[in-house]
Design a protein around this ligand. Structure first.
Ligand code: AMP
Length: 186
């Protein structure tokens, strides 16, 4: 998003904002979020619709075939990027993830802050998401395999697979190269 200027929309971030703002929706989804279960397709698509700019990079959406079908009625997707990572690496990386409460910067296995628990960029406090514990991460992987993986076939004509078992920079460069090839980014 920083490279291309295209707005990044994460349905997980939208849900976490609802929880932080303690809205009725936020309160009603907390239990499911903590367990790593999916929020209903209707609620998810409704919230996304309210926050959808003209051009977007979707992150964490769609997660079910039904969401993909519903989204087809709302907008078009040009490209689907599958950042493919082994389960062990997902678990290792997700357990190490820390997020800045103030600016949202994300730290991880190979991106450590200079001072533990403190954001390099703004000095904010770093926290760990409630659902980034080993049990919930494994449950989320199972949800992914059962409900989200079938989307690879649904989007097979728009799909590009990127090897995610590498550091950030080569992954980013591969994605940008693909966007350029498809004339989605100059
Ligand atoms: P994420 O930030 O993408 O890891 O998502 C965190 C949690 O938010 C998920 O485990 C779900 O509980 C919920 N969530 C995010 N995106 C979706 C979605 N597209 N459909 C249903 N639930 C979602």
């Amino acid at each position: 998003s920083k490279e291309t200027g295209i707005v990044h929309i994460s349905t997980g971030d939208l849900f976490r904002k609802e929880m932080a703002d303690e809205t009725e929706l936020g309160k009603s989804i907390k239990d499911k979020m903590d367990k790593g279960e999916l929020i209903s397709d209707d609620i998810t698509v409704e919230l996304l619709k309210k926050n959808l700019p003209e051009s977007f990079i979707l992150d964490g959406f769609p997660r079910t075939l039904n969401q993909a079908e519903m989204f087809k009625e709302i907008s078009d997707i040009d490209l689907v990027v599958d950042i493919d990572v082994s389960d062990e690496t997902v678990i290792e990386r997700t357990l190490a993830r820390r997020i800045c409460r103030k600016c949202g910067a994300i730290y991880g296995l190979n991106i450590k802050p200079n001072q533990e628990g403190v954001c390099d960029k703004c000095g904010g406090e770093l926290y760990q998401r409630d659902d980034d514990n080993e049990k919930t991460i494994k449950d989320r992987l199972e949800v992914y395999n059962n409900q989200t993986k079938p989307l690879l076939d649904f989007y097979k004509d728009k799909l590009v697979r990127i090897d995610g078992n590498r550091t950030v920079d080569p992954i980013l460069q591969d994605i940008l190269k693909t966007l350029k090839e498809k004339s989605l980014y100059m």
